[in-house]
Design a protein around this ligand. Sequence first.
Ligand SMILES: Cc1ncc(COP(=O)(O)O)c(C=O)c1O
Length: 405
Amino acid sequence: MSQDLPSQAVASAVPDPRRRTRSYPDAGEVARLLQPSYPVYCLRPHVFERTARAFVEAFPGTALYAVKCNPHPAVLRALHAGGVHAFDTASLGEIARVAETFDAAECFFMHPVKPRPAIASAHRVYGVRAYVVDHIDELRKLAQQVRHDPEVTVFVRLKTVESAGAFYHLSAKFGAEDAAAAEMLAEVAHLGMKPGLAFHVGSQCLEPEAYATALEQVGAVAARAGVALSAVDVGGGFPAVYLGTQAPEIGDYMAAIRRGLDRLQLPESCRVLSEPGRALVADGQSVLVQVLLRKGSQLYINDGVYGSLSEMTAASVRYPVRLIRVEKGQVITSTAPEEIFDAHGPTCDSLDMIPKAFRLPADIREGDWIEIDRVGAYSNALATDFNGFRPDTFVEVRNEPPGGL
Ligand SMILES: Cc1ncc(COP(=O)(O)O)c(C=O)c1O
């Protein structure tokens, strides 16, 4: 029971996938009723569900949710309610979590480097029938572990040209060059499994055309291998809208993907997949943090770079925020003019500092809360235990996100 602990208590471990989180009207009520001195994640299942439904309806194929982005069971359940019934998983732990949350959900094991026992368990225990590789030795390892199961689709992950706008370039670590990819693709077919191609244009990709370009590469590699593709996976990378982000509309991405697919003239039976993470979950979650001390324009708060806010330094993300003050049992708003504040996280480490983090009313003071919006992606998923400060309390709220959409 972590969501309604008294403020002195220490939050607990991994959430039980079947447990329901407590629901409040909004984050103001969370502050008023719980008076939390620890960060509280405010999940908005209706927003996750709505976003998922819009993506699923627009994408010309099957959308797999990238579990790594936010694996909380309430998030998975809301996405599932919005029509996402298949999942991009990168570890046996994620596969187990999906299996424990849903009676029937399809998992794709999309980490290009996997331990042998993890492949064996995924295949035999969890019935996983799709895997990715980017090296011939991994392909051989996989073929041995799944015993050349003809039901298995093996995606060869391509190294794509990096999209200039992306936060993280995911081809730096994984992906095969075209010639090697074509050889592997032919080998997948030769080994008796189903050949597929996958790529990832980079997280928070701001160029829809990157997908069309990568699909052209898919066509060239498949032609070079002389193989009819069983599946094409366009990966993740679809952006969220943060402060100062000029992100194209999601429809522009879908149009670029449709254009790229049309040119490929794929066989009717070929499955088209995507692996969105950030775009599905960024908007559906805020985090309520408290000001512990103010030194001029520096706010010492109870969450930071080692907790939910690592993307504020790693990728210069800036989130919409609002001040929540509770006085005499009432939530009140400040009318003071706004100023820019630096944020300092709770750990003793001086990397845990975020310059120019928030624009907030100038009279903000110790004990006030800040609702930081759009932190659904890569926040709780990346939070650490460093200094004993891992944020671990989740509630549901029913209002619309304060940052708007
Ligand atoms: C293989 C793979 N698929 C999907 C994703 C999700 O990407 P995004 O959150 O940018 O949509 C990632 C992110 O790291 C990834 O590595």
